[in-house]
Design a protein around this ligand. Structure first.
Ligand code: RIB
Length: 301
């Protein structure tokens, strides 16, 4: 089995469930608030570990109780957290998440230590990039750091998977050249390309024309659309399920994809598996708390 390195954010999520999203000027009441481990990077590392891959998480946390929540959760999934950077002068990242009765969420992130992860940190920990096979990045750390990771990983011949969430205003065009697989959802694809979010085929063509060989667009309950140089264009659907909370569905999709590629599956088989994992995640509450073990994923190769 190949090794997976996740470079990205760690946040603790403060989650409230409400009947509907509050509009500007509205106050609504929630029953309670849950504090759960999250962060796009940490969710991906947790999912990769829980699904059975050898996984290491690299990122930055503060010297506080939230960092302990994150570390404990990742360790419980078998993820190596020994190389996390602890910044004494920063807080661990926090996310405020509102989930409505349809299971949709809205998220506000206070980046804290995540925004201090620098190009120097990447250079100082170059051995991590040497030692892994697949690198997963998202965009809750500085964009220049993501660029630096992807550039170096490509130089070393690693497989680079980018989950461009959230899409930064200053997304660097150079990044496309270093990415083997990009996995936006339809909203992120639209922000990256200017194509309408309903026209994901056009959006995927645009990303392909920018040099990315494999584009996978996640489409919520409709499944995922693949546009791949080697495998062609495919719509891979998902089975319908009652949606409870979509938090971390995209993160677990990306991680499951990497896990399956790490064990030698084809891209399309890996996407089918990722669809199945994300389908389970949306039926459960929370971010890392919703991610299944490999044994819980009904999947036949
Ligand atoms: O993708 C879900 C994640 O986004 C949450 O866990 C939250 O921390 C934000 O990073």
């Amino acid at each position: 089995m190949k090794k997976i390195l996740v470079v990205g954010s760690l946040n603790v999520d403060m989650v409230v469930r409400v009947p509907h999203m509050p509009v500007a000027g509205e106050t609504i009441l929630a029953e309670k608030a849950d504090t759960v481990p999250g962060g796009k990077g940490a969710n991906q590392a947790y999912a990769a570990g829980k699904l059975g891959a050898q996984t290491i998480m690299f990122g930055a946390v503060g010297n506080d109780r939230y960092a302990e929540i994150e570390k404990k959760s990742l360790q419980s999934a078998g993820v190596d957290v020994s190389r996390l950077i602890v910044r004494a002068d920063c807080d661990t990242g926090l996310a405020w998440i509102t989930v409505n009765d349809e299971g949709d969420n809205s998220i506000v992130v206070v980046s804290g230590a995540n925004k201090t992860l620098s190009e120097k940190d990447i250079a100082d920990n170059d051995d991590l990039l040497h030692s892994c096979d697949i690198v997963l990045c998202q965009m809750e750390i500085p964009v220049q750091t993501v660029l630096c990771v992807a550039r170096r990983a490509k130089e070393l011949g690693k497989t680079v998977i980018l989950d461009p969430a959230p899409v930064p205003k200053d997304f660097p065009a150079e990044l496309y050249a270093y990415v083997d697989i990009i996995k936006p959802n339809e909203t992120e694809l639209s922000l990256l390309t200017g194509a309408a979010s309903s026209d994901y085929e056009k959006g995927a063509d645009i990303l392909r024309s920018r040099g990315v060989k494999n584009v996978i667009v996640t489409l919520g309950g409709a499944g995922a659309f693949v546009n791949s140089e080697a495998e062609g264009k495919h719509m891979l659907t998902v089975r319908p399920v009652p949606v409870v909370d979509t938090t971390a569905a995209g993160d677990s999709f990306t991680a499951a994809l990497a896990v399956r590629l790490a064990s030698g599956s084809s891209l399309l088989q890996a996407v089918r598996y990722a669809n199945e994992v994300a389908t389970i995640v949306v039926t459960r509450k929370g971010a890392q708390t919703s991610i299944p073990t490999a044994a819980e994923v009904p999947f036949d190769d």
